[in-house]
Design a protein around this ligand. Structure first.
Ligand code: SF4
Length: 244
């Protein structure tokens, strides 16, 4: 796997939380399109989509992060992994191994981690001796249809594998989250949100968001009402499920 070095790692995102991206690029190659890919391309960090899909590990990530955490006067409660890459990239064990080391390091400073992946959550995350803080682990999931996945998120983990790994962490008592974004309109795929919600009903938190950066969505008549309806379905689902 390619490697690069960075001069800094930890930063406060425009969304207001702290995060770290210890890989450049992402083999998942989402075609929604991926906002991180658009930014990396426009800033000249990668020249092509093919290059974006060939991830490079930040080889000095652990060392750099250790120094940055030590230097921080006021440490955040939580650090998020990741905003511009995927911390548990499917079929990239080197990425997963580095992510686990980084979470361990962050936890050793009494800071929680939140993670979000379209890959496979490793069961090691349930090892409370290694990860003492109350971390939150999440998957992105917008469909159960494998044809949709192959078209729009070609390098990601198959949906049932992705859900199964998260469910295993939940069974071990970890806090889990499902992020349903970018949810497609019916002109992209016809599906029933209820089917998806039933599969992830075990998760502690479920969030829903629309599909940005693609005109296809706006071509669906009444797309705003469609998203209002989907939000209402989620609200009813959450209100009806037993407290977990
Ligand atoms: S998983 Fe996330 S970072 Fe990777 S290509 Fe997809 S949207 Fe981009």
């Amino acid at each position: 796997m390619d490697q690069i070095t960075r001069k800094s790692l930890l930063y406060k995102s425009g969304l207001g939380f702290w995060c770290i991206n210890h890989v450049q690029g992402c083999s998942h190659g989402c075609r929604y399109p991926c906002y991180a890919w658009m930014m990396a391309h426009s800033r000249g960090r990668v020249e092509s989509y093919e290059e974006w899909c060939r991830p490079a590990l930040v080889s000095n990530a652990e060392e750099l992060l250790g120094k940055e955490l030590k230097r921080m006067r006021t440490r955040p409660d939580t650090i998020h992994l990741c905003l511009t890459t995927d911390p548990f990239m499917y079929c990239y064990p080197d990425v997963t191994a580095l992510t686990l080391l980084i979470i361990e390091l962050i936890n050793s400073y009494g800071i929680r981690c939140s993670t979000l992946t379209k890959g496979i959550m490793p069961v090691e995350l349930a090892d409370s001796a290694r990860f003492p803080e109350n971390n939150t682990h999440g998957i992105s999931l917008v469909s159960l249809d494998e044809e949709f996945r192959k078209k729009w998120e070609p390098g990601t983990a198959p949906y049932m594998e992705r859900i199964g790994a998260l469910r295993e962490l939940r069974d071990y008592g970890c806090r889990t989250l499902v992020h349903i974004e970018p949810y497609p309109t019916p002109n992209i795929i016809k599906q029933d949100l209820q089917d998806l919600l039933k599969e992830v009903a075990f998760a502690d938190e479920i969030w829903l968001g629309g599909w940005n950066y693609n005109d296809l969505v706006r071509q669906f008549p009444g797309y705003k009402s469609f998203y209002d309806e989907q939000s209402a379905i989620l609200d009813r689902f959450l209100a009806a499920r037993p407290t977990i």
